[in-house]
Design a binder for this molecule. Structure first.
Ligand code: SF4
Length: 194
């Protein structure tokens, strides 16, 4: 049954996360304005992966959950983000992912997870801490040009809570090619880079 999430603020905020990069405010990685976090490392290794540089299992930037929550609060205030999207790499390789999602939830932010794993194989901790999960590995032969954000037709959009139920049209609308360019200390491109 779909539900609203009510959680206590998690206590273990010193756990480290291995982060490749963060976009503080994007409109290409889910509905509304969002912060997007790309984690380093993936052991699924799909053929045709759109982020092969994030597959290598190596240290990128180690940040505590508290660091990431502080950044999210700052961009919530400055950019009015609605939530945070987790991408990779394979986000579920991060031991602190569920804890991070719960901490973001307690400060009012929605959470969307992209995982190459099947929903049924995810831990209960992960399932219970997200608002929406897009599951399944990327299959090059099943490329999906219809749905927003979803790479291949086998991948499912799973609404865990009702937070994004009103956004079904956003995910099911025909995909628009979109590229965002952010200028900060370095050039950051995301979206459909062709
Ligand atoms: S799960 Fe994602 S990051 Fe990992 S290989 Fe597949 S598409 Fe690439």
């Amino acid at each position: 049954m779909l539900k609203q999430r009510k959680q206590d603020f998690p206590s273990d905020l010193n756990k480290k996360l291995n982060i490749a990069y963060i976009n503080l405010c994007t409109e290409t990685e889910g509905p509304y304005k969002r912060m997007a976090i790309w984690f380093q490392g993936c052991n699924i290794l799909c053929k045709g992966c759109c982020n092969p540089e994030l597959q290598e299992i190596k240290i990128a930037h180690l940040m505590t959950i508290q660091d990431v929550v502080d950044i999210a609060l700052m961009t919530k205030k400055e950019n009015c983000i609605e939530g945070v999207t987790f991408l990779g790499g394979e986000p579920t390789m991060q031991e602190g992912l569920g804890c991070l999602a719960r901490a973001l939830s307690t400060v009012g932010l929605g959470t969307i997870l992209f995982t190459g794993k099947q929903y049924d194989s995810l831990s209960q901790d992960i399932k219970n801490s997200m608002d929406l999960i897009v599951d399944g590995r990327y299959e090059d032969e099943l490329i999906d040009n219809e749905r927003n954000l979803v790479g291949s037709k086998n991948q499912r959009i799973i609404y865990i809570t009702d937070r994004y139920k009103g956004c079904e049209d956003w995910f099911l609308s025909v995909r628009e090619k979109k590229v965002e360019i952010n200028f900060s200390s370095s050039l950051f491109l995301n979206g459909d880079v062709v």
